[in-house]
Design a protein around this ligand. Structure first.
Ligand code: AGP
Length: 612
């Protein structure tokens, strides 16, 4: 996790670094720091958020045209001033920022201690900066080469940037497993964990690959080499990101903005891929692998968190439409389970960030066993799309709120398109039914817009349940993953304990929790196992639970039983998750705001989980 930003050029670095840190704060926000050369190394770091750092540096000497900055999500060592980045080398002449984990840091630390190095922090990062200095000293080598030698001794993941007091014209950066983007300006370079701190200065970027080192010098053009010392030609790409996409645009929080963006993000995810008039679904990114998918013995979906919930919807879709057996796996379990995988299996890896360490490791495992890997990711140029054989981007646009909202509905949209495409090729769906579904799918963005109109009602509802201590979410069929996602959203941003369950499972245990204090959110739309869900509602009712039901517009039966009703437009059963999720996102949002929680940056979380 952690956010990295760095600058070298003619401009003052401070405003670029601070603005960049604010943009990257979603990646970690327990401490932050900056270092400049002017001409000596100036270091400022503090526990807390970027705003705390900004206050802390007021009135201090922060001038300089070269600098590095970091916002942290703690892995080794608690969040405090000392463990915050940057870290200095023993001589105080090198400063480093790091995102990732050095797995063999304990061994390296011991060796360095024996050579007389003293450690101020508990971090794995400090080991790296001492090691680099040690190599510079022993091998009489310059910084770039010392970094290369050091990285050959390191096991783990890293994105690093290093600055040296002895070489004020150079920044050295490297990556493995954690993202790093170089922005190329006019006589200047930018570096960041993603493109958001760079976008307003230049559109020319280079995404570093694993085990690549970049030398950014005022005196020459960008040099990239591998840790095995192979020179690489930088592949310069044009950024498509816009500034408005990463700003709040008048909303109080990014999360609310992103919830409201869903008609657009779903439409963008379908653009060019769905043409209901012509009766066509096609996904350019998987075209060469469609036959492989069609003939798959089995599909395994791997993901974490919200993306895993989208995967569960995918399971229902692929099994119903394409008649292919599907397993949905937590990437973190899959990677350590010695799973049985063959060349006839297709793995679909889903990730908003494209950087989730567990998902990446699960991909590598499945690849090593010969499976074909298809990615569904949101962040263009991130690690997962590069590790997969093929895939489709979700085009949801940058998701900055730590709680995933529009990424989920975009992932479900892509899974729906994929399942429809494969079903069509396989002939496992009647043509007329195919047309019926794609016509309905095309109307979903409008129906999402209509669904969003329930917002004021939900705000009222949130007022009534602001101080509830527990919540239960129930759903069946396609609405079971919706229940899981609703519960996850509530717990991550409001810190209220919430459980999602398949409605019928309730009687096998959770029913014991129900009393008049327990709000139970039931997704009870009018298709599929509707009557069965009504029986489950009755079971809750009989135990005095408070029922909040998400129902199809015009519903009568559930209305009679539920305490509160949220209506959503009528749609195909398999498309209900695209609508039913929205009121649950809004409910979590309003409850969290009313509880005065930090909605966009909930405690202990980070947007992109690049550690195990
Ligand atoms: C969602 O609200 C969470 N913050 C989290 O569960 C997230 O979905 C998970 O960490 C997976 O991330 P990814 O989609 O970027 O791989």
């Amino acid at each position: 996790m952690c956010g990295i930003v760095a600058y070298i050029g003619e401009k003052q670095a401070l405003p670029i670094l601070l603005k960049g840190l604010y943009r990257l704060e979603y990646r970690g926000y327990d401490s932050a720091g900056l270092a400049f050369l002017n001409p000596g190394l100036q270091l400022y770091k503090t526990k807390g958020k970027v705003a705390d750092l900004e206050t802390y540096i007021e009135g201090k000497n922060t001038s300089g045209t070269i600098g590095i900055a970091h916002t942290r999500w703690a892995t080794h060592g608690e969040p405090n001033d000392i463990n915050a980045h940057p870290h200095f080398s023993q001589s105080g002449k090198l400063a480093i920022i790091h995102n990732g984990i050095i797995e063999n840091y304990a061994v390296l630390k011991e060796e360095l201690k024996q050579r007389g190095y003293l450690f101020k922090s508990e971090t794995d990062t400090e080991v790296l900066v001492h090691l680099i200095e040690d190599i510079m000293h022993n091998e009489k080598t310059e910084l770039g080469e010392a970094v290369r030698i050091a990285l050959n001794q390191v096991i783990g993941a890293y994105a690093i940037v290093i600055m040296s007091e002895n070489d004020p014209d150079t920044l050295v950066a490297a990556r493995k497993g954690s993202p790093l983007v170089v922005g190329i300006g006019d006589g200047e370079f930018y570096l960041a964990s993603d493109a958001t701190p760079i976008v307003e200065y230049t559109k020319d970027v280079v995404y570093l690959n694993d085990e690549e080192i970049a030398i950014l010098s005022r005196k020459q053009s960008l040099t990239i080499k591998t840790i095995k010392n192979q020179i690489k030609t930088p592949y310069v790409q044009k950024l498509e990101l816009s500034l408005t996409a990463i700003e709040k645009g008048g909303f109080e929080h990014f999360m609310l903005k992103e919830i409201y963006e869903q008609p657009r993000s779903i439409r963008d995810s379908m653009r060019g891929r769905l043409n209901a008039k012509e009766g066509r679904v096609s996904l350019g990114g998987i075209i060469d692998y469609e036959t492989k998918m069609k003939n798959a013995r089995r599909i395994i979906i791997i993901a974490c968190g919200t993306s895993w919930h989208a995967g569960l919807v995918g399971e229902y879709l692929f099994e119903e439409l394409a008649r292919i057996p599907v397993e949905v796996e937590y990437a973190s379990e899959f990677r350590y389970r010695n799973p049985v995988i063959s060349e006839e299996d297709v793995v679909i890896a889903i990730s908003q960030s494209g950087e989730t360490a567990d998902t990446l490791a699960a991909i590598e495992l499945a690849k090593s066993k010969g499976a074909t890997i298809i990615g569904i990711c949101n962040v263009v140029g991130s690690s997962i799309p590069r590790a997969t054989h093929a895939g489709s981007y979700t085009h949801a646009g940058p998701e900055i709120g730590v709680a995933s909202t529009k990424a989920f509905t975009a992932q479900v949209t892509i899974l729906t398109l994929m399942a429809l495409r494969i079903a069509y090729m396989k002939g496992s769906i009647e043509k007329s039914r195919f047309h019926q579904i794609i016509n309905e799918l095309e109307s979903i963005p409008e129906k999402v817009e209509e669904t969003l109109k329930v917002d004021p009602e939900i705000k009222e509802l949130a007022r009534m349940f602001t101080f509830a201590r527990n919540f239960l979410y129930l759903g069946r069929g396609y609405n079971f993953p919706v229940a899981l996602e609703g519960a996850l959203k509530l717990k991550e941003i409001s810190y209220i304990h919430a459980e999602g369950y398949p409605a019928a499972e309730m009687k096998h245990g959770p029913i014991a929790l129900i009393d008049r204090e327990m709000p139970v959110v039931v997704i009870a739309t009018n298709r599929g196992p509707y009557d069965k869900v009504i029986s489950n509602i009755q079971e809750v009712k009989a135990r005095n639970g408070k029922i909040i039901a998400v129902v199809t517009k015009g519903d009568i039966k559930v209305k009679e039983l539920a305490d509160y009703i949220i209506e959503i437009p009528e749609t195909e059963e398999m498309l209900v998750p695209l609508l039913a999720t929205i009121p649950l996102q809004l409910l979590s949002y309003h409850i969290a705001v009313m509880r005065d929680c930090n909605v966009d940056q909930p405690r202990n979380l980070a947007k992109s989980v690049t550690v195990e």
